[in-house]
Design a protein around this ligand. Sequence first.
Ligand code: PGA
Length: 256
Amino acid sequence: MKIIIKDNYQQLSKLAASIIADLVREKPNCVLGFATGATPIGTYHELARLHKEEGLDFSKVTSFNLDEYLGITMDLKLPYELDQSYARFMYEELFKRINIKPENTHVPFGLAQNPEEFCIEYEKMIKDAGGIDLQVLGIGGDGHWAFNEPGSSFDSRTRVEYLTQKTVDDNYEAFYKKAGVSKEDMPRKALTMGIATILESRRALMLVSGSSKADIIAKALEGPVTTDVTASAIQIYKGDATVILDKAAASKLKNF
Ligand code: PGA
């Protein structure tokens, strides 16, 4: 595992985007795994800049997102701040800014009639695409990887997961509050790739920013490998893993 510490969020984002861009140039038909949340936004905007100013070509790229809230999906008739789906997030922050083909992008479908069946199908779609070449990841305040909340097995596959109160609270502060949604009305369930699904990707690019993540990322990287902190699975990742932190997020690491 490679751990890189950058001075600030902007530099973290630039480096993450350049790693993704190098892969897209090397393998134009690569399969990218995307994450949502506040952390990757700078990376996605930098990829959009590389597309616009340097012609970075996403026309042959396929993508799979880690997760989506159960019960909602993108509704372009709503203003962005009222549409909290991760499909909308990806559209606004990345997909509409680059030339990826909409039919090549995949976000778990939050309105699937039969979510369990959908999850099996999602796993099959990833396999049929040849697997994920590079998976972008973050870490939740409770240590989650995608929406694999504490206690999720390292054998877990794409499935329906109940969100912890910590996750609901964090997402409320980061996104829902602005939209005027009350906590009671927030989604409590999600569709998420499992830990085993993530561990099968060929490369992992984990992004961690801000002092609020300092304690939990220290546990994930330097503490025991445990389902209490599902992101600690990065320590058993067999592919090529890179973790990029800004200084604030890295402040509690002992070995740096
Ligand atoms: P964040 O979310 O980027 O908004 O902090 C990360 C996560 O929950 O995995």
